[in-house]
Design a protein around this ligand. Structure first.
Ligand code: NAP
Ligand code: MG
Length: 491
């Protein structure tokens, strides 16, 4: 592994030293043990089993959460079915909207506490949970609350009716935000839900259950149950679930798609990605370097749409790689609760070993690996920002989703060549184009086989714009009007 020749070029050879600025976690309110949120109440699991959720930055236990089995799933589905047919579909659309607005406002009121909990449970820097996850989660509730009484205008010339009960399963990379993506449109359209957060990050979803109680939602409209993969499978396979919304890995997405084949359940799958971030010679290079950093190191690379493959046009490749290394050496890796931290902890031990083994595969296949010289804390799960050069289209590191702070760099000469290379993956979730020419940005983005393409920016999200992929990156869209469609029957 090559170490840091880039530091020689650094204009300043010591990193800016900031005094520690940790966010205080004293005021947050967490229970030691969480039950399942079913029919408006926290209820002990039939299984009588609980598992721990830990802080990946310290490896310390935070709380225990219940493990729901098939009997618990059945209780939650029954509660949701009754609530849908007897209450939620009967109240006026404007009333439904009011409840959703109330959730949005309480999320805003509790934003600071929720950000801290998101950070300690999942390992992401407080700056991200504070500035991105929590405000965007509230924004999704606000946005869909607005649609609740305007569904007749959402799809011109068509009427809508709710689908029924939605089973929703989410991953660990944006826990509260993914819950908002799922719950807000479902409720606005008159459906009720059962949501299962990921095993490693259940706490903000359970805080959301408390917020839902506080907002006085009718019991059973939202049910939040914790557990592992088997709990998720029990939700998917329950006969009274009418729609499945899943965000997670392509492997699990395929299992779910198989088990839904032959049923009349509707589904959306938001799966993995391996995005190409493309830098042309005419791009504003310093800006592009920031975009590359944001594209892959944001949230430790735990982002489905991460710009994990970098394509640089040959004439600027040396400059881009040199500046990228310099910039990486200035990133602050460490305590996620510190307001200066750029890169936090890897979400779990399992994910850390997955990243390590893919990097080893990359080295074994002849890739040239460069890592930041930063030091990382001795306790907890950490991975240093890593670059790979000298990789081929067929390299494991170029083809497989790593879901960590690891960037594979390739060069190209022509637009045709980079389009072909960028599209040469089983995924099609997102991409980025950096160029000074607007026409070029449009031309390239229209030829990329990806659901979202950013031009001269990266990882920008908004509740009004749809998100989702092609090929093995999934089926259906979330966000915007497109995100309402999977939750309504149109006639
Ligand atoms: P995952 O292993 O597929 O898990 C996702 C969720 O599914 C978790 O709640 C998981 O429970 C549950 N689950 C596991 N096995 C299941 C089964 N057989 N049936 C039903 N549910 C099951 O994915 P992850 O590792 O948490 O998340 C990372 C993946 O999500 C990446 O591939 C990433 O690209 C993708 N992702 C995609 C998007 C998008 O919008 N396209 C957004 C974010 C993430 P446990 O936690 O208990 O295992
Ligand atoms: Mg945790």
């Amino acid at each position: 592994m090559k170490k840091n020749s880039a530091t020689k070029d650094l204009q300043f050879d010591t990193k800016w030293k900031y005094a520690p600025a940790p966010e205080s976690a004293d005021h947050i309110q967490l229970k030691d043990r969480y039950d399942l949120f079913i029919n408006g109440k926290f209820t002990a699991p039939t299984s009588k089993k609980y598992f721990d959720t830990i802080n990946p930055a310290t490896e310390k236990r935070i709380a225990s959460v219940a493990e729901a089995n098939a009997a618990d799933v059945d209780k939650a589905v029954t509660a949701a079915k009754n609530a849908q047919s007897k209450v939620w579909s009967k109240i006026s659309a404007a009333e439904r909207g009011k409840y959703i607005y109330r959730i949005a406002r309480i999320l805003q009121e509790k934003a600071r506490e929720l950000s801290i909990i998101e950070t300690i449970d999942g390992g992401k820097p407080i700056r991200e949970s504070r500035d991105i996850d929590i405000p965007l989660a509230a924004a999704h509730f606000f946005y869909y609350a607005g649609w609740a009484d305007k569904l007749d205008y959402a799809f011109p010339g068509m009427k809508t009716s709710p689908i029924g009960v939605a089973g929703q399963i989410i991953p660990w990379n944006f826990p509260l935000l993914m819950a908002a993506w799922k719950i807000a449109p479902a409720l606005a359209a008159g459906n009720t839900v059962i949501l299962k957060p990921a095993e490693t990050t259940p706490l903000t979803a359970l805080k959301l259950a408390e917020i839902i109680q506080e907002a006085d939602l009718p019991p059973g409209v939202v049910n939040i149950i914790t557990g592992a993969g088997a709990t998720g499978a029990a939700i998917v396979n329950h006969p009274n679930i009418n729609k499945v919304a899943f965000t997670g890995s392509t492997d699990v997405g395929k299992i779910i798609q198989k088990s839904l084949a032959g049923t009349d359940k509707r589904y959306t799958l938001e799966l993995g990605g391996k995005a190409a971030n493309i830098i042309f010679e005419d791009a504003a290079i310093n800006q592009a370097v920031e975009g590359i950093i944001n594209g892959i190191f944001f949230n430790q690379g735990h982002v489905c749409c991460a710009g994990s493959r970098l394509f640089v046009q040959e004439g600027v490749a040396n400059e881009v790689i040199r500046k990228l290394k310099q910039r990486i050496e200035t990133l602050i890796v460490g305590d996620p609760l510190d307001k200066n931290t750029d890169i936090g902890a890897i979400n779990s031990k399992v994910q850390l070993s997955k990243i390590k083994s893919l990097v080893q595969a990359g080295i074994k296949e002849g890739g040239e690996c460069w890592q930041s010289e930063c030091t990382v804390p001795s306790k907890g799960y950490w991975y240093k920002p890593t670059l790979f050069t000298n990789v081929a289209q067929s390299s494991t590191i170029v083809q497989e989703e790593i879901f960590g702070p690891v960037l594979a760099i390739q060069t190209f000469r022509t637009a045709e060549e980079v389009i072909e290379k960028a599209n040469n993956t089983p995924y099609g979730l997102s991409g980025g184009v950096w160029t000074d020419k607007g026409a070029k940005a449009f031309k390239i983005s229209s030829k990329l086989n990806a659901g979202v393409v950013w031009a001269n920016t990266y990882n920008k999200f908004d509740p009004t714009s749809p998100f989702g992929g092609f090929k093995e990156s999934g089926v259906g869209r979330e966000g915007g009007l497109h995100g309402l469609m999977p939750y309504v029957n149109l006639f």
